[in-house]
Design a protein around this ligand. Structure first.
Ligand SMILES: [Fe+2]
Length: 170
């Protein structure tokens, strides 16, 4: 489950319903899902080759079908990050500064953890996401993203149009 930390008073929100309500109030969609068990062997691996990535994606494509009919997403891919990924610090440096996109940033975390930071209507807060969390950050929302000290995440990205994925720094 995700954990929210409000920057101004350091308050944390962990209750699933409260997390969902807080994020909804700020225009962010959040769901907590369970993963189908037949991809467990792939989730536990640190790195995946292209075939394994596709196998994992196929194993959870029921989610893609749901999202496709609900929001019209056209494509999906799988990001697998771990400390041995070449150029990881440079890759992460693109997204750890406040930015926005012209399309929604839609992520289904299937393994590992990550931290989103938000600045919405003058309110700053972080959201630590973990396995089985689904988050949809609306276009033009100011945010950043970091990994925690374990530097490990597997996340499915859903897109309507990949060109909207470019970060615009603020
Ligand atoms: Fe982003």
């Amino acid at each position: 489950m995700a954990t929210i930390t409000v920057t101004s008073n350091n308050n944390t929100i962990k209750d699933p319903k409260e997390v969902q309500e807080f994020l909804k109030k700020h225009g962010i969609e959040y769901r907590h899902w369970t993963t189908t068990p037949d991809v467990e062997n792939l989730l536990s691996k640190q790195s995946l080759n292209d075939e394994e990535k596709e196998e994992l994606l196929k194993g959870i494509d029921n989610r893609f079908q749901e999202l496709k009919s609900e929001y019209g997403y056209q494509t999906r891919d799988l990001i697998v990050l771990h400390p041995d990924v070449p150029g990881l610090p440079d890759m992460l440096a693109k997204f750890d500064k406040m930015h926005y996109h012209t399309d929604d940033e839609v992520r289904y975390i299937v393994d590992g953890t990550g931290i989103f930071g938000f600045s919405i209507n003058g309110e700053n807060f972080t959201v630590q996401v973990e396995r089985n969390d689904f988050i949809s950050v609306p276009k033009n929302t100011h945010h950043w993203f970091k990994l925690d000290e374990k530097m490990r995440i597997k996340a499915v990205r859903y897109f309507i149009d990949m060109s909207g994925w470019t970060p615009h720094y603020v």
